[in-house]
Design a protein around this ligand. Sequence first.
Ligand code: ASP
Ligand code: MG
Length: 404
Amino acid sequence: MQIIVLKFGGTSVGTIDRIKKVSNIIATYVKKKYKVIVVSSAMSGVTNDLVNKSKKISKNFNPSEYDVLLSSGEQVACALIAARLNHLGYKSRSWMSWQIPILTEGNHSYSRITFINKKKIIDYIKSGGIPIITGFQGINNLNRLSTLGRGGSDASAIMCAKFFNASKCIIYTDVQGVYTTDPKNLKKAKKIKVISYEEMLEMSSLGAKVMQPNSIQDARLNRINIDVRSSFINKKGTLITKKKNVIRNRIITGITSTKNDAKLTLLGVKDRPGVAASIFKPLYKNSINVDMVVQNISANGKETDLTFTIKSENLIKTKKLIKKNMKIRFKKLIIDKKVSKVSIIGVGMITTPGVTYRMFQALANNGINILVISTSEIKISVLINNKNVKKAIAALHKEFKLSN
Ligand code: ASP
Ligand code: MG
């Protein structure tokens, strides 16, 4: 049985009219004799609205009730799609994660799917039905609803593709695919035809919003090909696949930028073995993710400066933790909230010398000052002032010929 998974994001099911259009898209696959499994997100704005409601109830909202609340939007979207397909004459029904069931492990709000029981869904497909499955949710070992992190219906679709052995997983969204950089920042951005999991994982972790990073990780581990395309226009999208399938003719594949970063510098830190660990331990204990880190060599062997970045939402907490940390001594704490991380990503840089130089020179030519640098095998990130982000992206896009 040839199964395909179709996933629809929030904007694709954002209005009644959109839900009707999506139902027509589903019907075209059924007419072509595909066995279809649909995974849907909540209508756009709904999950955010639920988050806001929870905040008004309590700042310490019970985590398992939080997941019950947040996962409710998907139920609505699935019922609307299924009922529309019924209206069009198709056999279809909604499936909540617990009815299948979809099993998860991990903390509430950040669970991961471990298993999907195939039986009921396969029987239903065999009987000619189109199952519409709620994305973003599963149940844990206590039989409670769990959610997969914001944007988690991508992961639901990928895991459905894995467990149902689908030949394809199509992610329908509000953009036409993955672009060399966010078209909102640069008009000249180009749609990428094929991209490797590794590059896509870096791109989505570094600011590209098309797909949830966890879902790319799941796809990579399970070798699921993902087709990202628009539910608004019928055009070829982007294929996310293994490196081997990517014909390489470029060094850099994409450029991303982040918002909401904050940079902290501790000046005159008393230098001794273990000092960096002492600074970061309380942050780790409070689940604060530290991103870029630079420590200077101390000139006099006694004091050093240490700079690192975090998400700005964690700034207040981080400041408090540093100030009350008795294990460290420093002269001054400097904070800069007007920073963004711009990254270039591409597996081509592994084998091409001079990429770092070209990036830095292109930024220098445009008068852009680099505050912090970090690199991995396939990416180089620089922290720069917010106001230079668009200029930096344009310069790098040109330097690495991404519009060609
Ligand atoms: N509705 C959920 C969210 O907004 C899941 C998703 O859209 O993928 O995060
Ligand atoms: Mg999404």
